[in-house]
Write a protein that binds this ligand. Structure first.
Ligand code: CTP
Length: 403
């Protein structure tokens, strides 16, 4: 990722759980973001998913055996332990957790885990009773004390028929947590409030006014700020936040008035360091919400619009210290670049923000990429050419940290 140095060699350990198939998805996530992934599988993992699957996804030979080294001149588990910037075991069975707690090294995976100095992240998956068993819990406590990180299993229906905690965390959840352990953490301890998505202004029980915002830019900002160590709160309109890490606090809202209340309440309650208004807030709402569906013939006479509060404007007005929190706004425009920059500058001044991100609707809405111009209060102007929203997010966070 631009702007934030992340070490990029991941060793993925897979042990024998029905959730092993999800490890392929996790490997794919890392590979698609430019990480190099090498996999180590236990014997029982291979009953659930083949090494060929992981080899195909990662482009690297899978280590399954002590004695079949791809590079015979090396002691492979030592070489791979040294090569890793992080080792993630997903899924990690009760057996793996127990053996690791005792320092056993009788499989390539255990030997690598014992030999490495890289951070280790375990994502357990097992039957709820096995997970809650005193032995497993004590082993987890021992490992945590030794600095091993955990991405806790989820609660829900388990493959074994039981309900409870034991289901492997979502691959996205594991992905962002591993990245957080890998990143240099230049936002550690910083509180960041982000708004995203459209708002929906109801007209009657079946209709509303909204816009084409997908919320992806704000979601990317929340994900990347989390990776960089920040403590993130996301106030979001009706968009999918499935890929946002669980530790990001989410506040779902629907209307602009609700978003205004939620953002200002947060702003007053917590000492935020950064507030980013990435939401596409509707400027107007119908004055009355009809209780019954408005008939076609009555429609144009029944809709009276009133202005919504301007959240960013109110934040700018309320900020007492002129430096904190850093206020960031977006300006989505159509037309020519000169107009975009002028509008952006005008919005930065009017809403008293420190940074404004200008972009064209055609470059941003509903896309995974964006092309933006960043203007800050010191007069600095920077263009970020079309790239993934995750990269744009990191460039924006870099600009925030400079202020
Ligand atoms: N914004 C806000 N509350 C509103 C409208 C906008 O907080 N009611 C924020 C947006 O989240 C964004 C910035 O203000 O960060 C600029 O939004 P935009 O809609 O482009 O600005 P407007 O002031 O509505 O100007 P325009 O006349 O261009 O619509």
């Amino acid at each position: 990722m631009s702007g934030v140095s992340e070490n990029r060699n991941i060793v993925l350990g897979i042990t024998g759980s029905i959730a092993a198939y999800k490890a392929a998805e996790l490997a794919r996530l890392f590979v698609s973001r430019g990480y190099t992934v090498r996999t180590i599988m236990t014997q029982s993992a291979q009953e659930f998913i083949t090494p060929l699957t992981l080899q195909s996804v990662t482009g690297n030979v899978v280590m399954t055996d002590f004695w079949e080294s791809a590079q015979p001149q090396n002691i492979e588990h030592i070489e791979i332990a040294d090569w890793a910037h992080a080792i993630v075991v997903a899924p990690a069975t009760a057996d793996l957790v127990a053996r690791m707690a005792h320092g056993l090294a009788d499989t390539p995976l255990l030997a690598t885990l014992l030999a490495t100095r890289a951070p280790i992240v375990l994502a357990p998956a097992m039957n709820v009773n096995m997970f809650e068993h005193a032995a497993t819990q004590e082993n987890i406590t021992v490992l945590r004390k030794r600095g091993i990180h955990f991405v806790d299993p989820e609660e829900g229906a388990l493959a074994c028929g039981w309900n409870g905690t034991g289901r492997l965390a979502d691959p996205w959840e594991i992905f962002y947590n591993v990245r957080r352990y890998l990143a240099k953490g230049d936002m550690t301890g910083k509180r960041v409030l982000i708004s995203t998505g459209p708002t929906r202004e109801p007209i009657d029980p079946v209709r509303f006014i909204s816009n084409r915002s997908s919320g992806k830019m704000g979601v990317a900002l929340a994900q990347e700020a989390f990776v960089r160590g920040a403590d993130v709160t996301l106030v979001h309109g009706p968009v999918s936040v499935k890929k946002v890490p669980d530790s990001v606090r989410r506040i779902p809202v629907t209307t602009a008035v609700e978003m205004h209340a939620a953002v200002l309440q947060e702003y007053g309650a917590e000492p935020y360091d950064v507030v980013i208004m990435a939401a596409a807030v509707a400027d107007y709402r119908p004055k009355y919400v009809a209780e019954d569906k408005i008939k076609r013939r009555e429609f144009k006479d029944r809709i009276e619009m009133v202005e919504n509060p301007d959240i960013l404007l109110d934040l700018g007005k309320q900020r007492k210290d002129s430096k904190r929190p850093v206020l960031v706004g977006f300006a989505v425009e159509t037309g020519e670049i000169d107009e975009l920059l002028e509008q952006a500058r005008d919005k930065m001044k009017r809403k008293q923000t420190d940074l404004i991100i200008g972009n064209f609707a055609s470059d941003a809405f509903d896309l995974d990429t964006n092309h933006v111009w960043m203007l800050d209060r010191t007069g600095r102007q920077e263009e970020v050419a079309t790239t993934f929203k995750s990269r744009v997010a990191n460039r924006i966070l870099d600009a925030v940290l400079r202020l």
